[in-house]
Design a protein around this ligand. Structure first.
Ligand SMILES: [Zn+2]
Length: 333
């Protein structure tokens, strides 16, 4: 399993073709570390402390010591696998399962299929993997982009708590506002999407979302909402469709946004049984975007490869970060 860092990774070379090959490649912790090492340092080890490249000393099975500054590290230090007590084999199996199921997997489903001891372990692993689903340097949407808000009905059953407690809790269903951006392709079809949970539909919430996710000079199509009024002065070609008094229903004029909203609702109800805590919604939206934007990918193994490629360059996530994340709308401002 020699990982080539070509533009297009190959099945059977860069990622396993199927579950049998997966078991074959990742039979030991050492094999998993080797695979992650090649993903993290495609050109060979680079010291995370001093930046000097060169084959490290290997004092123990997992420890890598820089020949230049003697800094000791491991392949998982500084990544989403940092300080994990879960074997890498289990992590890779989770990543495989998550990417090979067309609609992903719930924490309960993952706990069952991997035979994990606790629901909390499965829940935390999925949330850490979701952090790796957003590429920090990803390109903003271009061309013609539809932007609109929609409400999602979600209930708060999903939380890392013991089974016994779960039964006693009361579930609340809430309407959570999400802003959606969809690239419209010519002559038809949808390109990539971006999503964000927002507190309200004011300009303070929706304009930063557009700026973070849509390239300037794109044509942004919105409804008549005044919240988007300043887009023109920010360099966007802004097309407002005023619905008032129009005979055209919203789902016709905003076909992309309405289609994506329907798919998200179905996904949250189907895979996650409607139970997503509002505070964690952004993480689920990240996963939805990761899947949607790779929906034409020829192989699911490719998604596994891309997820792990990002996992080894994504900063560690503490348990507290996972349980109490900051909303993106707050981070952006
Ligand atoms: Zn060093």
């Amino acid at each position: 399993m020699d990982i080539q860092h070509t533009a297009t990774p190959e099945a059977g070379k860069d990622y396993p073709r199927n579950w049998n090959e997966f078991l074959d490649w990742f039979a030991t912790e050492e094999a998993c570390r080797g695979y992650l090492e090649k993903l993290r340092w495609p050109q060979g080890f680079v010291c995370p402390s001093c930046g000097v490249a060169g084959e490290p000393y290997r004092s123990s099975r997992s420890r890598l010591m820089c020949r230049s500054c003697s800094h000791q590290s491991t392949v998982s230090a500084g990544t989403i696998f940092d300080k994990t007590r879960t074997p890498l084999r289990v992590w890779l199996a989770a990543a495989w399962y998550l990417t090979n199921q067309k609609h992903g997997v719930s924490a309960l489903g993952l706990q069952r299929v991997l035979g994990l001891g606790g629901y909390e372990t499965a829940w935390t692993m999925l949330h850490r993997l979701r952090r790796a689903m957003v590429r920090p340097d990803r390109e903003r949407l271009k061309g013609v982009v539809e932007v609109d808000e929609t409400y999602l009905a979600i209930s708060d059953r999903d939380a890392p708590i013991a089974e016994g407690q779960r039964k006693r809790r009361k579930h609340r269903t809430q309407q959570v506002l999400v802003v959606i951006a969809v690239e419209l392709l010519q002559p038809r079809g949808f390109g990539r999407i971006r999503l964000r949970r927002i507190d309200n539909d004011s300009a303070e919430q929706v304009v930063p979302f557009v700026q973070d996710n849509v390239a300037p000079a794109a044509e942004v199509r919105t409804d008549g909402s005044a919240a988007y009024r300043e887009l023109k002065s920010l360099g966007y070609a802004h097309q407002r469709t005023v619905m008032l008094g129009s005979d055209v229903p919203a789902h016709v004029s905003m076909a992309g946004v309405h289609r994506v909203a329907a798919l998200i609702k179905r996904w949250i109800l189907g895979t996650h049984h409607g139970s997503v805590q509002p505070v964690h919604l952004d993480a689920y939206l990240d996963e939805f975007v990761f899947r949607f934007n790779r929906r034409t990918s020829a192989s699911r193994g490719m998604l596994f490869y891309r997820l792990l490629q990002q996992a080894v360059i994504t900063d560690p996530v503490t348990y507290d970060d996972v349980v109490r994340p900051l909303p993106k709308s707050a981070k952006a401002s």
